[in-house]
Design a protein around this ligand. Sequence first.
Ligand SMILES: Nc1ncnc2c1ncn2[C@@H]1O[C@H](COP(=O)(O)OP(=O)(O)O)[C@@H](O)[C@H]1O
Ligand SMILES: [Mg+2]
Length: 347
Amino acid sequence: MASSVASSVASSAATAEKLPEKSALTVDGLEVSFNTDDGPIKAIDQVSFDLTPGKTLALVGESGSGKSITAFSIMRLLPKVARVTGGTIHFDNADLLTVPDLNMRHYRGDRIGMIFQEPMTALNPVYRVGDQIAEVLHIHFGTEKDQALTKAIEMLERVGIPDAPARAQAFPHQLSGGMRQRVMIAMALICEPDILIADEPTTALDVTIQAQILDLIMDMQAEMGMAILFITHDLAVVSEFADEVMVMYAGRIVERAPTKDLFEDPKHPYTRGLIETLPVSGKHRERLPTIPGQVPPLTQLPDGCRYSNRCPLVDDECRRKEPGLLDMGAMGAMGAERFAACWKAQP
Ligand SMILES: Nc1ncnc2c1ncn2[C@@H]1O[C@H](COP(=O)(O)OP(=O)(O)O)[C@@H](O)[C@H]1O
Ligand SMILES: [Mg+2]
């Protein structure tokens, strides 16, 4: 993977001048609540970040921490029982949270593409994959059928599908998991979006295919210059892949840092726990260590810091008051600032 990372960086420098201008996206103070039988719960709380053209921001956290709900908020695809109760999502002089449904169609799929863990949720089983990709072009740009199919086949070639004209005739179930994931990437990128949201796109794939798909996503970014929000529960995946990492815990961002700085010097005890539980290559361990305890249900968050019931550093201050994201100072080669939501974190 390292060599292809180097080659995609090189090709990104070479093509930088030709790349079309892409827009950034800014999420500010996002809050999302669910109505549940146990009363309303705040699944997303004060989440803020921005996506920069050509850069990859990873969003990492255990299952249930709020990653997908963050993504669905941007796409305006939240479940019916969810409600946005605060914040803004600025993109291209519009607040995506308030634009009319009709205008939202222009952003979703055209300017902002999304890929999921399970391609079958995005692909229709009864249509040939080439026609499905062509249909996206037809809907967004009115491209006429034959020409759209030609473009779809070109796109299948670009995402590394061998014998693309023949594969375009296949139905989704006739393709392997890795090939289906490539088809979904082709579909998400056919309109050359400004933003790509990838929600656990490699989680269902075996390790070799996973590396190939990550390489593909990086190559496409070098070609197209879009910003990527890369969502995963697996911190190991992002180490070679993301420019910056946000760690999410029970609905809040608890740390944000450039990737290298995060791994070398994690500031939040939760991030440290996640890193310590990663498998170490070349070192066999009978059982991987785990962080003691569990993410509490959102209806039963502890007083003060939401990590206090699992934290090895907890004291009375932590149980009294919840820390917001505290400035840990500019750090690292990129000079990007870093933040951690912890009273005990040292700049
Ligand atoms: N359909 C739903 N109904 C009620 N609560 C939900 C629903 N979907 C998600 N939630 C709540 O939002 C939290 C975050 O969910 P999600 O964003 O899917 O987590 P992740 O993608 O990090 O695994 C869940 O832990 C749950 O409390
Ligand atoms: Mg999810």
